[in-house]
Write a protein that binds this ligand. Structure first.
Ligand code: S3P
Length: 171
């Protein structure tokens, strides 16, 4: 069993909720990179984007991934949807654990997607095309980062967590 279980995937793919379930199931703590960044910065994510810009947010995110990767204990990690943008993050995640891609269909992401607290979606009236644009730009990076992907459509978050817990324990 690897030290970290990294959950990656698009905004609204269920990383935090599945992470919470996995943490309950496994008994290992959940760390959420977005929460850590907010705590460190003393600002919300929209405030960080508005005040310092996306590049500053991305460096904070990379610092957080590196900090978590450097911890010795077993952890469930819910990452922000863009954590895979940085090559060093992708490498670190793969080297320190099992990287699992939560993969709902784009249609269900669009149906469920919430703009609240998500600066990359705010101000985009056509959410469907915005999600599609982000998906097109990133899907190869999720693919590259992930050891495995979990289709999420027609599955509860609990079922997804059970599936991942079994995979994580597998020799
Ligand atoms: C982002 C996803 C967000 C958050 C930030 C940027 C992204 O996290 O890190 O708004 O680039 O996809 P969630 O995936 O938890 O919404």
């Amino acid at each position: 069993m690897t030290s970290k279980l990294w959950l990656i995937g698009m905004m609204s793919s269920g990383k935090t909720k599945v992470g919470r379930r996995l943490s309950e199931r496994s008994g290992f703590p959940l760390v959420d990179t977005d929460d850590q960044i907010v705590e460190q910065a003393g600002m919300t994510i929209p405030q960080i984007f508005a005040t310092h810009g996306e590049p500053a947010f991305r460096s904070m995110e990379s610092e957080e991934v590196a900090r978590i990767a450097g911890r010795s204990e077993r952890l469930v990690v819910a990452t922000g949807g863009g954590a895979i943008l940085d090559k060093a993050n992708r490498t670190l995640m793969r080297e320190t654990g099992l990287v699992v891609w939560l993969k709902p269909s784009i249609a269900s992401l669009i149906a469920k997607g919430k703009t609240k607290n998500r600066p990359l979606l705010l101000g985009h009236a056509d959410l469907a095309s915005r999600y599609t644009e982000i998906w097109e730009a990133r899907k190869h990076l999720y693919e590259e980062a992930a050891h495995m992907s979990i289709p999420m459509d027609g599955k509860t978050r609990r079922q997804a967590a059970e599936e991942i817990w079994r995979l994580w324990q597998a020799p």
